[in-house]
Design a protein around this ligand. Sequence first.
Ligand code: COI
Length: 356
Amino acid sequence: LTAEAAYALREDEAMPRHEEYANIDWNNLGFSPRRTDYMYKSTCASNNTFDQGQLIDYGNVELSPAAGVLNYGQGLFEGTKAVRGEDGRILLFRPDQNAIRMQIGAERMCMQSPSVKQFVDAVKQTAIANKRWIPPPGKGSLYIRPLLIGTGPILGLSPAHEYTFLVYASPVGNYFKEGTASLNLYVNNDFHRTTRGGAGGVKSITNYAPVLKPLLRAKEQGFSDVVFLDSVHKKYIEEVSSCNIFLVKGDVISTPSTVGTILEGITRKSIIDIAHDLGYKVEERLVTVDELMEADEVFTTGTAVTVANVGSITYNGQRVEYKTSDCGLVSQKLFKRLVGIQSGKIEDKYNWVVAI
Ligand code: COI
């Protein structure tokens, strides 16, 4: 069954909802939308508060053609995951951080946003209601996608007068088609993801469509993803279209500082904390593309991506290859520690994991 066919499944074909597991191939999940059972919806009209919100059947959303999100791109999204621990508990990872990031994004985009409590409750409800879509331990996760969109109709350029907070979910495996194999990245120096004063530091939907063109072009040439450079000097690395980026040189790990053009990844900051605890020196600073090419090791981080090792980088016609064997790789150590915490196998001294 292709992912597209799975998405098209009628609800009754995926029944019964009370079974512990949905009837799908957990070994080949990939990263495509799969129709699950329920989604959460809450609306905020002109009184500026979101209604209590409720779970509704997963399905299409009806919008005014004049909705702010459709006309002027007033929309934010988040990504977080629920996994099944070996003991059967459902575990979330730092959902409050997604809630806070959505609030910061909403402020930037002149939108109303749900409270942290409502956001986290909505994520919990969506995970529990779709429990049978949470893969068996070690097989992947339920990717939870909170959306905040301007649904009120507007015609002149202004903030919408109504916002809708939606949370849907889909079971996922590896983000990249490479699976867990190392990525081949292409450094793009003509398109930019965002620019100073833009909305690159928040998870606005408007940051993603513009990367499609360079991304597709790179994929056609066999690359996994694109590294974007800063738009002013065209020499500092910013982020990859779907994730943050780190390099290792000696025992120092460096990553671009989030100066407004780079998304403040939740995996990014968790990895920084874990790396400190594992004894690495971590620097958040301007990182040049030349340093990237001279690194001992490069890896990327993100909710969807988790921690992905990079096998090669191509820039200006030059390709460098990094060591990719598992043993000794810094990214492997960080990956194992992060996933161990997320799945309840390693003690969570940070209180990041929320069991529901
Ligand atoms: C995530 O990692 O959760 C994201 O939102 C990135 C997206 C391109 C899949």
